[in-house]
Write a protein that binds this ligand. Structure first.
Ligand SMILES: Cc1cc2nc3c(=O)[nH]c(=O)nc-3n(C[C@H](O)[C@H](O)[C@H](O)COP(=O)(O)OP(=O)(O)OC[C@H]3O[C@@H](n4cnc5c(N)ncnc54)[C@H](O)[C@@H]3O)c2cc1C
Ligand code: FES
Length: 281
């Protein structure tokens, strides 16, 4: 069992492997016992020399039958693009894992998981754990377009290993693969004929807000993993606040009861300087 006492201290790890996932997303694999001991939903602060430090969900990759830690990054702004271009042998700094994890109620029989983009990093880990525990889990994976579907091969392997074929469904905004439309519309079409005991979601905030509304309509509890601007990740700086909660310390995963009280959820967030910005649907 890993010793968690020093995980706030920045440690440098050498990149062991880089996996091309989609035209804009890569997985960066490295050795770190603390990350391997993490739970789905937890995140690392990743120092990208010499640019900046970014929060990233912790992933797990099997390389030559051994477990390694990983982060899966979409190239977007300056920091994520610098991380995306890191190569095998380069050093990155990490601290963490931080945050809570998705909770799995005792005797859970079935669950619906709804993820978009890199939000699928924690959800595919959770999906794998649920299948391993013989819980009937259904996964909805969303992307803008066919080329941007993340982890399809991984999920197909999981389904084959568990003798399942139809518990993962894809949706694309442009209709080039799977369901033509949003993950929320696809979830709604499934929920009208099947009852689930819980829904887990991670991805764009407006998508998660849509899942929260479905939860209220169909009386299903929801757990959502929120993203906010983070600096310290240890509950000191206040940059990740949403209403009176700190996403790094109180989350990142919030349940239905909490989400109901977070009036800023799906409505507003703060930029680097703390100024409020608003989600546009
Ligand atoms: C808990 C958590 C887990 C995340 N997991 C992943 C992941 O697995 N893969 C992935 O690609 N991205 C993930 N992100 C998003 C990632 O941290 C960055 O926000 C994103 O990569 C853009 O950063 P940038 O510097 O390239 O863009 P910039 O151009 O600097 O910023 C673009 C926008 O990104 C957001 N952002 C930038 N820096 C931060 C920061 N320090 N904290 C939070 N938001 C920031 C802001 O909204 C900003 O407006 C996660 C964020 C959080 C909070
Ligand atoms: S990032 Fe500093 S309090 Fe959450």
């Amino acid at each position: 069992m890993a010793d968690h006492t020093n995980t706030d201290i920045l440690r440098f790890v050498r990149i062991k492997k880089v996996i091309e996932e989609t035209p804009t997303i890569r997985t960066i694999v490295f050795e770190d016992e603390y990350s391997i001991a993490s739970m789905p939903g937890q995140f690392l602060m990743v120092w990208i020399p010499p640019i900046e430090e970014l929060p990233m969900s912790v992933g797990i990759e099997n390389v030559e039958s051994c477990k390694f830690a990983a982060v899966t990054v979409r190239k977007y702004g300056i920091g994520s693009t610098a991380l995306y271009h890191k190569q095998v042998g380069d050093l990155i700094g990490i601290r963490g894992p931080y945050g809570n994890c998705f909770s799995v109620p005792e005797n859970l029989r079935n669950a619906l998981l709804i993820g978009g983009g890199t939000g699928l990093v924690p959800l595919v880990r959770l999906f794998s754990n649920l299948l391993h525990d013989q819980i009937q889990a259904s996964l909805i994976m969303g992307a803008r377009t066919k080329d941007e579907i993340l982890f399809e091969h991984k999920v197909q392997e999981l389904l084959a290993d568990n003798n399942l074929s139809d518990t993962a469904a894809f949706s694309t905004d442009d209709g080039t693969y799977g369901f033509n439309g949003s993950t929320v519309d696809l979830a709604e079409s499934i929920l009208v004929s099947k009852k689930f005991e819980i829904m887990y979601t991670c991805g764009p905030e407006l998508m998660m807000k849509g899942v929260q509304k479905l939860g209220e309509r169909f009386s299903i509890p929801v757990e959502a993993s929120l993203e906010r601007y983070m600096k310290c990740a240890i509950g000191i700086c206040g940059s990740c606040c949403i209403n009176d909660k700190l996403v790094c310390r109180d989350g990142t995963i919030f349940d239905s009861m909490n989400l109901k009280q977070l009036t800023e959820f799906g409505f507003s967030y703060r930029d680097k300087s703390g100024r409020p910005s608003y989600f546009v649907s």
